[in-house]
Design a protein around this ligand. Structure first.
Ligand SMILES: Nc1nc2c(ncn2[C@@H]2O[C@H](COP(=O)(O)OP(=O)(O)OP(=O)(O)O)[C@@H](O)[C@H]2O)c(=O)[nH]1
Ligand SMILES: *[C@@H]1O[C@H](CO)[C@@H](O)[C@H](O)[C@H]1NC(C)=O
Ligand SMILES: *[C@@H]1O[C@H](CO)[C@@H](O)[C@H](O)[C@H]1NC(C)=O
Ligand SMILES: *[C@@H]1O[C@H](CO)[C@@H](O)[C@H](O)[C@H]1NC(C)=O
Length: 469
């Protein structure tokens, strides 16, 4: 008999469960009744009436009455919902939930044991949340707008419209986040060029609730961009102007200073009051005539290039020294060398005597000229060394060295050798040649410095010689 009753209960519960599910939808924050009524005539005083709340098949008992007396008094504070005992007698066990929340969602089962058996009513409560009115903000670049709305359920749909109802939704990106209260916050970002003044609106939709909330803003095209234009329009020309002034001033300074420098160096040469012959000694093809041409060209800054020293004569004219006038008192020349391409022959002593005599009538700074393209053999080194010593014996000091064709060789590799021979100054040049004589201040300056060094060297030499006497 007992087994039969239990079986009947299950059957009835199952049947009621299948046949009668009360679906309730409530808006979060509202009050809700979950109806449950029995036939009062079939109720008995000592049989229970109870409510279960199930979430994901996890059920807890929230109400339990026997004879109209609350059996769960101790849990009164924490449980949700309320049943009115005085209505129970009328067979009305409806549950009242105040300020309904997301956590109240789920299955509700209201059961009672009636005189003819158990009876259960099943309800499903769905809570929807209307999201808060959207906030609409404009990013500083005027190209993006942000619409945000909090606490919606289910996740709100966001749509965007522009002037004259254009649908801009496809230009937006929307993100939902589930917050700790079980509700969705939504943020949607619209990226759009505003080309004319218009009203941009953002709408958040709660579809099950059939509810929408809209916020709009009036936007003018490129307000910020206009400011930026204004900024660009004024700042850039001002900056450019200042820059141009600086550059102009620097160029002026550079040119003026460069030219003034050169003029000063030219003046020092023209002011030289002593009769001076700068004597260059160098083998054929080492660019002696070109060096003489370069010195004259650098000094006579206003004159066009000319082949004053007879460079590139064919055959080589090393046997004919050219006395090329530079100023009234200064000339540049080339010391006579033998055709055999050697510095000294049997006439050596005669030459040294001649140089000694010449040095008494005027100053004769000696410069040894060597091309950077010519590597030094041991024989050549010995020969040059001997020449240096001979010049020192006659003139009192070793010659300066001028390394030509530095654009074709490595002057730095040759310099130590000539320094080691006692050459006080070793210059290197890129000569002005017949083919290539584009004047630059820097190139001019090299030759002017060279000539000034020659003039000053004989000055100090003379002083020393005078002091010696
Ligand atoms: N690249 C370059 N070529 C140079 C330089 N100096 C001279 N030359 C060239 O070298 C060649 C010889 O120069 P010249 O100045 O005629 O000297 P040289 O051959 O010793 O003169 P002679 O002894 O009279 O034959 C010429 O073709 C010049 O153009 C230089 O500094 N750089
Ligand atoms: C049950 O009682 C509540 C509260 O008085 C009432 O609102 C509801 O209509 C009643 N239900 C029925 C079916 O009478
Ligand atoms: C705008 O377009 C979006 C996406 O294409 C669409 O979901 C939405 O319903 C449209 N809104 C209007 C107001 O036409
Ligand atoms: C916005 O406009 C500018 C010029 O007016 C254009 O270069 C840019 O590509 C546009 N951007 C978009 C997203 O339309």
């Amino acid at each position: 008999m007992k087994i039969f009753i239990i079986g009947l209960i299950l059957m009835v519960v199952k049947r009621t469960g299948e046949s009668f599910v009360n679906e309730i939808t409530a808006v979060r924050g509202s009050d809700v009744w979950i109806e449950c009524t029995f036939d009062a005539t079939r109720m008995s005083q000592d049989e229970p009436v109870w409510w279960l709340h199930c979430e994901n098949s996890n059920c807890i008992e929230i109400q339990h009455f026997i004879g109209g007396v609350d059996q769960l008094q101790d849990r009164a504070a924490s449980r949700r919902g309320r049943v009115y005992p005085d209505k129970l007698r009328e067979g009305n066990a409806s549950l009242f939930i105040e300020n309904v929340q997301m956590s109240d969602e789920g299955h509700y089962e209201c059961s009672a044991i009636l005189t003819d058996g158990p009876c259960t009513t099943i309800s499903v409560l769905t809570v929807l949340a209307s999201s808060e009115p959207p906030q609409l903000t404009e990013a500083l670049d005027t190209r993006s707008f942000t619409c945000s709305s909090r606490n919606g359920f289910p996740p709100a749909l966001v749509t965007w419209t522009g002037g004259s109802g254009m649908n801009y939704t496809l230009d937006s990106v929307t993100q939902h986040t589930l917050n700790p209260e079980g509700l969705y916050d939504v943020v949607s970002k619209l990226t759009r060029n505003v080309t004319e003044e218009e009203t941009i609106c953002c709408t958040v939709w709660n579809q099950p609730l059939q509810e929408h909330k809209t916020n709009c803003m009036r936007v003018t095209p490129g307000q910020e961009t206009d400011d930026q234009h204004l900024l660009t329009a004024t700042l850039i020309p001002v900056a450019l102007f200042i820059l141009a002034c600086c550059v102009g001033f620097m160029i002026y300074r550079y040119c003026y200073k460069g030219r003034r420098n050169l003029a000063r160096k030219q003046k020092r040469i023209s002011n030289c009051s002593h009769q001076t012959v700068i004597v260059l000694i160098g083998k054929p093809e080492h660019g002696v005539p070109s060096l003489i041409n370069s010195c004259v060209f650098a000094y006579k800054a206003e004159e066009p290039f000319a082949n004053w020293a007879g460079a590139e004569k064919d055959p080589p004219h090393y046997a004919q020294p050219e006395e090329v006038p530079l100023t009234e008192r200064i000339t540049i020349t080339r010391a006579l060398l033998r055709p055999e391409d050697r510095f000294w022959t049997s006439e050596r002593e005669a030459y040294l005597d001649m140089w000694k005599r010449e040095a008494q009538s005027h100053r004769r700074p000696f410069v040894f000229v060597h091309s950077c393209t010519e590597m030094l053999t041991t024989v050549a080194k010995d020969e040059i060394k001997e020449l240096f010593e001979d010049i020192k014996s006659v003139m009192g000091s070793h010659p300066f060295t001028g390394l030509t064709k530095k654009n074709q060789g490595h002057a730095e590799e040759l310099m130590p050798f000539f320094h080691s021979l006692g050459s006080k100054r070793v210059f290197s040049f890129h000569n002005y040649t017949i083919q290539e004589h584009k004047r630059t201040a820097k190139r001019d300056e090299e030759f002017l410095d060279f000539m000034n060094a020659c003039i000053e060297e004989t000055d100090s030499e003379t002083v020393r010689l005078i002091e010696d006497v």
